[in-house]
Design a binder for this molecule. Structure first.
Ligand code: 5AD
Ligand code: SF4
Ligand code: FES
Length: 350
């Protein structure tokens, strides 16, 4: 009884002060007794700070070519089992124009770390999309500060780059040739350059502890991230982690709910990977702290080839179908689709 009361007190404290110690986060992550209360608390904080509107971001997966070798990812350089593609700048702009016709206000351009897209090419793409009067988010990995600055000057508004894990040992084991310090430096550069910055982590990586997940959440808070994307690690047959256990839907939902309590005004998506593990995953996430959805607006066969992990949803669907599908889901739970660009509104209680 006493232990339960203590856990509920931690949820109350987080709901009002938006601060928790590492030990308090660990105690929430280490039990499933208070999951219902935790999800409700995150839903209430979401409603109070960011309201009932759900922001839709149209995701264009424009190249599956990547020079990195992250052990968990199907796009890793050494994976020869995936047919690679890259879209030309004109095609990317055309997909963005179509997404605008479907009613999207924000476009997210995502790719592997593909050096084909020089600063010149990206400037062309960014300028073309900004002319359409859309908010633009980039998710194209680690670049130099000068490159980030050039994209920003061309008009890019936001940048997503998950830290993946803040556990230094785990980070270096999973990311050959990459460094946690460099990745953190990129996020700080992006902030400094005036981007809205998104980060996040994978949940359920091999050897990932609840301590390290607590550190991840505290990292989001310390960075004061504008957006936080969280999802379960899903083992991919074509990677060295094919026999790993993988994360669960519930664990990633918990990390997300605690993140909402600590960053009450952040934009938090209900992620595709969550829906891959649970057919109502995005709806449940939207009722446990999330306020954003990122439907795929990539046209044609490409979405099948953007094979980060198996079972990815929507790979045979069209942008029009996904738009209708997600709208139906959001309205079915009494929420609304935002008509705004969906920038973070800091510290406002609705
Ligand atoms: N399972 C779940 N998410 C994955 N990602 C990459 N590989 C996997 C996987 N096997 C995620 C990473 C990356 C994002 C684009 O996709 O977190 O940041
Ligand atoms: Fe490349 Fe990103 Fe996949 Fe790593 S996670 S291999 S950087 S696409
Ligand atoms: Fe793509 Fe539902 S969002 S099929």
């Amino acid at each position: 009884m006493k232990a339960l009361k203590k856990l509920l007190d931690i949820i109350d404290k987080a709901s009002t002060s938006h601060v928790l110690s590492k030990q308090e986060i660990i105690s929430l992550l280490s039990t499933d007794r208070i999951d219902g209360q935790l999800f409700h608390a995150a839903d209430r904080v979401r409603a109070a700070y960011v309201g009932d509107e759900v922001h839709l971001r149209g995701l264009i997966e424009f190249s599956n070519i990547c020079k990195q070798n992250c052990l968990y990812c199907g796009l890793r350089w050494e994976n020869t089992a995936v047919r690679r593609y890259r879209l030309q700048p004109e095609t990317i702009i055309e997909f963005a124009a179509k997404a605008k016709d479907y009613g999207y206000k924000t476009i997210v351009l995502q790719s592997g770390e593909d050096e084909f897209y020089t600063v010149d090419k990206l400037q062309q793409i960014i300028t073309g999309i900004k002319k359409l009067d859309l908010a633009l988010t980039l998710s194209i990995g680690e670049k130099t500060r000068a490159e980030y600055q050039a994209y920003r000057q061309a008009g890019a508004d936001r940048y997503l780059m998950r830290i993946e894990t803040t556990d230094a040992g785990l980070y270096s084991a999973l990311h050959p040739g990459m460094s946690l310090e460099n990745r953190k430096g990129c996020l700080l550069d992006l902030k400094d350059l005036g981007y809205e910055v998104g980060t996040g982590c994978l949940v359920g990586l091999p050897n990932q502890s609840v301590e390290s997940l607590a550190e991840d959440i505290l990292f989001f808070k310390e960075l004061d991230a504008d957006m936080i994307g969280l999802g379960p690690f899903i083992p991919n047959e074509a990677t060295p982690l094919k026999d790993a256990k993988g994360g669960t839907f519930e664990a990633s939902l918990k990390v997300m709910a605690i993140t909402r309590l600590l960053l009450p005004d952040a934009n938090i998506p209900a992620t595709t990977a969550m829906e891959t593990l649970n057919k109502n995953g995005r709806i449940i996430a939207l009722q446990s702290g999330a306020n954003v959805a990122m439907p795929n607006v990539t046209e044609g066969e490409y979405r099948q080839l953007y094979a980060l992990y198996p079972g990815k949803i929507c790979i045979n669907d069209t942008p029009a179908h996904c738009r209708g599908c997600i709208t139906g889901k959001i309205l079915s739970i009494g929420r609304k689709i935002s008509e705004e660009y969906g920038y973070r509104k800091k510290n406002t209680v609705v």
